[in-house]
Design a protein around this ligand. Structure first.
Ligand code: ARG
Length: 458
C-alpha cells in the first residue's frame, strides 16, 4: 500500500528532497492522540448520520482506539516515512481493516483535520501551563507570607527609592502571573471552536453533523466559516503572544535574581542545586538558570514573530505555509514549560539575606520622602520640606552617614520643627508600615493582598 494519501493523479515518484522538505511527521507526530480522537469522533458521526454504514463506523472506531493504545504503550512506533501524522494513522488503519478503513476520510480534508488537531493540542497546553503557573504562584505566596517584614530598598531607575518589603516585591510578580493565567484562559476560550467539518475549504456535500463532532471533542461550538476555519492560525498567534508575555515576566524576575545574586548586592543565595561553577575560577557560583530563563525569551518572541510573518501574506484559504506554525510553537511551548518548572524550583530553594537587604534599604536614603513628610505633617509646605531634606541628604553624603545617624542638634540645624519623634518616623518599619493604601507594602495592605491571593489559588 502506498505511503501517500494522494498518489492517483501522479505519474512520477516525488523527488526525495521534496519528500523531506514537504513532510511534517517528524514534528506533528506529537499530536497523534488528538488526531486519532478527532478521527474517532468523525467516524462515529459518519455512522450516526448514515453517511457510512454503522458496522463500518464501529469497526473504524474500535481499530482507531487500538491504534491509540498501542502508540501510548510504545507497541506501535510512528515512523517517519509517512508525510504527516494524518497519513500515518489512516494508512495504519487501512493496513489493518482494509477497505473499511478507506471510508474514514469521507467528508473530511487534512486541512480541517490539522486545524482540529492543533486546536485540541494547544487547548490542553493552555490548561497545563496555567497549572504550572499556579504551582509557581503557590511557592510565591508562601514566600510572600514569610516576608511581610523583610525590608529592602524599592528602586526606580535602578536607584534606591523608597523602602518596601520582600513580600511586596514578590507580590508584584504574583499579579503578573494572575494576568498570564487570565490571558491563557481567554485564549483557550476563543480557541475552543471546532473546525472539523469545514472540509478542504468549502464545507462538504455530505450531511455532516458538526454540532455532534464539536461536542464529542469538547468544543464550545463549531467554527463559523469553512474558509476561515482551515486558514485561521490566530489561536496559535494568541497563544504565542501569551507565552511571550510569560517569558518576559520570567525574564524580568530572572534579571532581578541575577542582580540580587551579584557580589555587590548579596541579597540572595541560590541553592547549589540551581547554580553552576566555572571551569577556571574556583570561587564562582553562577546564576545560570536565571540567565538561561532570561536568554530563552528570545526564541519565544522569535516563534511569535515567525508565525505573524508567515501568516501576513496568505490568501484564503489553506496554504502549505501554515505547516510552518507547528515546529516553532512546539519549541516555544517546551521552552516556556521548562522555564516555569525550573524557575519555580530555583525560587523555592533560594535563601534571602535579610540583614543585608535591610542594611541596603537603610543606607540609600530611602526614607528621605518620609523625612520630608514629617516636616509637612508639622506644618512645613511640601516644596520647602523637599528642599530642606535635599540639603540634609547632601550633608549626610559628605559625612558618609544615613539620615537616621544625624544627632538631634544636626536635625535642628536644618529645621527647628524636628523633634525626638523623627527617629521613629523615619525608621524602616514606620516608612513601610504607614503605607497602607490598597496595593502598598504596609503590613495591613499586604494582609489584604495575601487574603486575595489565597482566595485566587483556592
Ligand atoms: N501537514 C499539514 C499542515 O501541517 C497538514 C495539512 C496538509 N494539507 C494539504 N492540503 N497539504 O498544515
Amino acid at each position: 500500500m502506498s505511503l501517500k494519501l494522494w498518489g492517483g493523479r501522479f505519474t512520477k515518484e516525488t523527488d526525495k528532497l521534496v519528500n523531506d522538505f514537504n513532510a511534517s511527521i517528524s514534528f506533528d507526530k506529537r499530536m497523534y492522540a488528538q488526531d486519532i480522537t478527532g478521527s474517532i469522533a468523525h467516524a462515529a458521526m459518519l455512522g450516526k448520520q448514515g453517511i457510512i454504514d454503522k458496522e463500518s463506523s464501529d469497526k473504524i472506531v474500535n481499530e482507531l482506539k487500538k491504534i491509540k493504545n498501542e502508540i501510548d504503550s510504545g507497541d506501535l512506533e510512528i515512523t517517519d516515512e509517512y508525510e504527516d501524522i494524518h497519513s500515518f494513522v489512516e494508512a495504519t488503519l487501512i493496513s489493518r481493516i482494509g477497505d473499511t478503513g478507506k471510508k474514514l476520510h469521507t467528508g473530511r480534508s487534512r486541512n480541517d483535520q490539522v486545524a482540529v488537531d492543533t486546536r485540541m493540542y494547544f487547548r490542553e497546553q493552555c490548561d497545563i501551563l496555567s497549572g504550572l503557573l499556579k504551582d509557581l504562584q503557590t511557592v510565591l505566596l508562601d514566600m510572600i507570607k514569610q516576608h511581610t517584614s523583610t525590608y529592602m530598598p524599592g528602586f526606580t531607575h535602578l536607584q534606591k527609592a523608597q523602602p518596601v518589603t520582600l513580600a511586596h516585591h514578590l507580590s508584584a510578580y504574583f499579579e503578573m502571573f494572575i494576568r498570564d493565567c487570565g490571558r491563557l484562559s481567554d485564549c483557550r476560550e476563543r480557541m475552543n471552536e471546532c473546525p472539523l467539518g469545514s472540509g478542504a475549504l468549502a464545507g462538504t456535500t455530505y450531511p455532516l453533523d458538526r454540532d455532534f463532532t464539536a461536542s464529542e471533542l469538547g468544543f464550545r461550538c463549531p467554527t463559523g466559516n469553512s474558509m476561515d476555519s482551515v486558514s485561521d492560525r490566530d489561536f496559535l498567534i494568541e497563544f504565542l503572544n501569551d507565552l511571550s508575555i510569560i517569558s518576559m515576566h520570567l525574564s524580568r524576575f530572572s534579571e532581578e535574581i541575577c542582580i540580587w545574586n551579584s557580589n555587590e548586592y548579596g541579597f540572595i543565595e541560590i541553592d547549589d542545586a540551581y547554580s553552576t561553577g566555572s571551569s577556571i575560577m574556583p570561587q564562582k557560583k553562577n546564576p545560570d538558570i536565571a540567565e538561561l530563563v532570561r536568554g530563552k525569551t528570545g526564541r519565544v518572541y522569535g516563534a511569535l514573530i515567525s508565525l505573524l510573518t508567515t501568516m501576513k501574506g496568505l490568501p484564503l484559504a489553506y496554504n502549505k505555509d501554515s505547516q510552518e506554525d507547528k515546529e516553532q510553537a512546539f519549541d516555544a511551548l517546551d521552552t516556556v514549560r521548562d522555564c516555569i518548572i525550573l524557575f519555580t524550583g530555583m525560587l523555592e530553594t533560594m535563601k534571602f539575606n535579610k540583614d543585608r537587604m535591610a542594611d541596603s534599604a537603610k543606607k540609600g536614603f530611602t526614607n528621605a520622602t518620609d523625612a520630608a513628610d514629617y516636616l509637612v505633617k508639622n506644618g512645613v509646605p511640601f516644596r520647602d520640606a523637599h528642599g530642606i531634606i535635599g540639603r540634609m541628604v547632601l550633608y549626610c553624603i559628605e559625612k558618609n552617614i544615613a539620615i537616621d545617624d544625624l544627632s538631634m542638634d544636626e536635625f535642628k540645624s536644618f529645621s527647628d520643627v524636628f523633634n525626638d519623634d523623627i527617629y521613629d518616623a523615619i525608621s524602616l518599619e514606620t516608612c513601610v508600615n504607614s503605607r497602607n493604601t490598597a496595593g502598598a507594602p504596609g503590613i495591613e495592605s499586604m494582609k489584604a493582598a495575601i487574603e486575595r491571593y489565597e482566595h485566587y489559588l483556592d
